[in-house]
Design a protein around this ligand. Structure first.
Ligand SMILES: *Cc1c(COP(=O)(O)O)cnc(C)c1O
Length: 383
């Protein structure tokens, strides 16, 4: 019997590091420091070192990271924040929750990320910040975005939930980790993310120590000193068991990213053989400036056949997912409250054509062969 193919394989990944993980969790339980304490401090230090020394503020999840980051920027009600229309809802949700105005921009169809040119067209006198999403594991083209932001005095919030471990190369050759280039980077440790814990978790990263202190205060009920509340904050903390898991898994993150990149390379090779002229589908593009860490391996399917292909794969026992089926300006909650900047044609087209294939650190060559064979068979039967 062939191993069933899964979208993600958290169990297989756990079994390889079971002893390290179990010991780290047992240590937290023995210490009974379940909130805060040594495990959380240690992980924050490890992540900071991994990211080249940026300050790290841990929190409860990636959505909170985005919310606390925006709370820390001192924006005012009605201020505009630019965000791509083709992203996970959290990137825009927090903008609206804080009484700010989401301004939706389109994305580049090859990288799925927004660009400086698209953001520039969306600017108004009320624009204060831009949420740049590094979607599916690939950095947005940051250098022009950072230049534009600095020209217009905008804060840059990087939504790095899908791309921790990835990097960006500037024109002068300098390489920076995603999440460390903007005003503040936000990430998620949701179990299926590239660095996932065994529950919820998140973090913010910044090179501005004053901002880091402010974010820490906001996430801790707006207090620096116990029971003295300087601002209205919230309660968002990473728990110690998750921090212990993350500190172990962070040591394997480079290996995990390499495994994802290798799996992507194998998909590219096999799928190129299925459809050499890209008549039926397009493979994910890797930009020259990015080290893509393939949170998702996402093809775009032409001819309006995405859903048919997805159903065919399912009939062969192969899971796939649509991230994301509806751009934000078409969501009932967001349509009435967003300003739409320019046509969102690429976001709409991608929503109807993207298909993410199984991608995780345990994916085997033979499993990928089966995925490629099934795709080939679909087009053989439906030329
Ligand atoms: C997962 C994700 C988030 C939210 O993270 P949670 O930990 O689930 O709150 C935000 N943005 C993007 C792009 C994501 O993929």
């Amino acid at each position: 019997m062939d191993e069933p193919i899964k979208m993600v394989d958290l169990r297989g990944q756990y079994l390889k590091i079971k002893e390290e993980i179990d010991a780290a969790m047992q240590q937290v339980i023995d210490s009974t420091s379940f909130i805060g304490g040594e495990a959380v401090r240690r992980f924050a230090g490890s992540l900071s070192a991994y990211l080249g020394g940026a300050d790290v503020v841990t929190c409860a999840n990636g959505t909170d990271a985005l919310q606390v980051a925006l709370m820390g920027l001192g924006l005012e009600r009605g201020d505009e924040v630019v965000v791509p229309a083709f992203t996970y809802v959290a990137s825009a949700e927090v903008i609206a929750l804080l009484g700010l105005r989401p301004v939706l921009v389109d994305v580049d169809p090859h990288t799925f990320n927004t660009t400086a040119a698209l953001v520039e067209r969306a600017l108004s006198p009320r624009t204060r910040a831009v949420v740049v999403v590094h979607l599916f594991g690939q950095s947005a083209d940051m250098e022009p975005l950072l230049r534009l932001a600095s020209e217009h005095g905008l804060a840059v919030v990087e939504d790095n939930a899908q791309s921790l471990g990835g990097s960006y190369r500037f024109a002068d050759g300098r390489v920076a980790s995603t999440g460390t280039m903007g005003t503040v980077g936000c990430t998620s440790f949701f179990p299926s993310k590239n660095l996932g814990c065994y529950g919820d978790g998140g973090a913010m990263t910044t090179h501005d120590p004053l901002l880091a202190a402010r974010l820490k205060m906001i996430a801790n009920h707006g207090q620096r000193e116990k029971y003295r509340h300087e601002v209205v904050g919230c309660n968002s903390r990473l728990d110690a068991l998750q921090a212990a898991v993350l500190d172990v898994k962070l040591r394997h993150l480079d290996e995990y990213c390499a495994a994802r990149r290798e799996a992507a390379r194998r998909y590219n090779e096999r799928l190129l053989a299925v459809d050499p002229s890209a008549a039926h589908f397009t493979l994910p593009a890797e930009a020259g400036y990015a080290r893509h860490v393939y949170h998702q391996y996402t093809i775009t399917v032409g001819g309006g056949r995405r859903d048919a292909l997805r159903e065919y794969l399912a009939s062969r026992g192969i899971p796939s997912m649509v991230y994301y089926p509806l751009p934000l300006h078409m969501q009932p909650a967001f349509a009435p409250i967003c300003r739409v900047a320019g046509p969102l044609a690429e976001s709409e087209r991608l929503a109807g054509s993207v298909l993410s294939l199984p991608m995780h650190t345990e994916l085997t060559e033979s499993q990928q062969d089966r995925v490629a064979e099934a795709i080939a068979d679909f087009y053989k039967h439906n030329p």
